[in-house]
Write a protein that binds this ligand. Structure first.
Ligand SMILES: Cc1ncc(COP(=O)(O)O)c(C=O)c1O
Length: 384
């Protein structure tokens, strides 16, 4: 099993940081790659044409390994999830009577673009709410999703886990059902990929969109998108010169080219060869491939389990293990406990988590230890 990797980060010792779902801290190695990237532009003569795009290619290959995607050329650099989703939305024709299926309280970047598409076309966004009952909530929510997918479903746009409380969505079952009805599957991997295994070969998403600054341990403003063959002949949201065929030939750029780069490469953001952000994200994903998402899950499970058990005994509500992430889960308060006093107590104990809906969102990673969970426990119990 993995051991604590805290020494690879520079988190202040007094801080109990259980909030990777908000933003990961920076690996020292990633920070170093960023500084090297900043310095690179001191001397532009050393930034030659052959290495202009080289690191993006390495990044594609490294990420392809992480998500088990057979073809790295299906992976492109994006600045944000909303951008990656916008490319998908632009290439989906939908009409009145059809719908895009999402779950309740989904992250806005994977809701607004669909809402806008549906408003323009007269189609609907079908929102699947969780059951009211907390017993077997994850299981029943998944059943509701599967039952709601029909011949009128154009696409299911969903995360692998819910961003607010870590409820796990069974993407393999959803994929099977979407295939039966001919619907697309668009996955927002931001709150899972990196810490929770994702396998493109098994799940076969039509698109997998992921921000880089959370579980991928990268910097802000860079992410990655995988687009499957459905999108191969589509139109990107921007007309960037790098995305046109033969753009590697800098001398020929104004022999304007009608064709895009093949397949998914047309969806890459302009100036993708970012000399600072790309090497940082590359370094981070190399580290993740070395640790492995499976082992990160196992580590998070091991450090959290004893305290979660004690909280359940005290009347806190936590989703059943098989239906949530070990790296991201919600803790709901026992009846009558005031959320504000919980917030105050956590703050007083320097315990950093998030509050999303009626859940305390706890999201550990490899820099946390059992001690961090003990501190969380103390702070929660003091608020009762
Ligand atoms: C599930 C999910 N998707 C996307 C994002 C970020 O979206 P964007 O990159 O469009 O800012 C977040 C941020 O919290 C998130 O939790």
């Amino acid at each position: 099993m993995l051991t604590s990797k805290r020494a690879k980060f520079t988190l202040p010792p007094q801080v109990t940081y259980l909030n990777c779902a908000y933003m990961s801290p920076l690996l020292k190695s990633v920070e170093k790659a960023g500084v090297t990237g900043v310095r690179k532009k001191r001397n532009p003569s050393a930034i030659t044409q052959p290495n202009f795009f080289a690191e993006t290619e390495l990044l594609r290959a490294e990420y392809a390994r992480l998500i088990n995607a057979p073809d790295p050329k299906r992976i492109v650099v994006i600045p944000s999830v909303s951008y990656g989703i916008a490319n998908a939305v632009k290439n989906i024709a939908i009409e009145k009577g059809q719908h895009i299926l999402v779950v309740a309280e989904q992250f806005p970047s994977n809701y607004y673009p669909w809402k806008s598409l549906c408003d323009e076309t007269g189609a609907d966004v079908k929102v699947i709410a969780p059951p009211d009952d907390y017993i077997n909530r994850g299981k029943h929510w998944n059943e509701k999703i599967l039952e709601s997918i029909s011949e009128n479903t154009k696409a299911v746009a969903i995360g692998h886990v819910h961003w607010a409380d870590g409820t796990r969505f069974d993407l393999e079952a959803i994929r099977k059902r979407t295939h039966e009805v001919g619907a697309l599957l668009i996955v927002d991997g931001t709150q899972s990929v990196g810490a929770f295994p994702f396998d493109v070969e098994r799940i076969q998403p039509d698109a997998l969109i992921c921000a880089g600054y959370k579980w991928l341990l990268g910097p802000y403003s860079v992410g990655l998108a995988y687009y499957g063959s459905y999108f191969d002949n589509g139109k990107p949201v921007e007309e960037n010169w790098i995305n046109r065929l033969n753009s590697e030939d800098f001398a020929g750029l104004v022999q304007y080219e009608h064709n895009y780069q093949p397949g998914a490469l047309r969806y890459e953001v302009g100036e993708h060869s970012n000399f600072i952000l790309v090497p940082m994200l590359l370094k981070a994903i190399q580290q993740l491939n070395n640790w492995g998402p499976e082992r990160i899950q196992e580590y998070c499970r091991a450090i959290g389990q004893p305290v979660l058990q004690k909280l359940l005994e005290k009347g806190f509500v936590i989703e059943d293990e098989p239906w949530r992430g070990a790296h991201l889960f919600g803790i709901r308060l026992p009846e009558g406990v005031d959320m504000n006093s919980v917030k105050n107590s956590l703050q007083k104990h320097n315990v950093y988590v998030s509050f999303r809906g009626n859940a305390i969102r706890v999201s550990p990673n490899v820099y946390n230890t059992k001690k961090d969970f003990d501190k969380l426990y103390t702070a929660l119990i003091k608020a009762l």
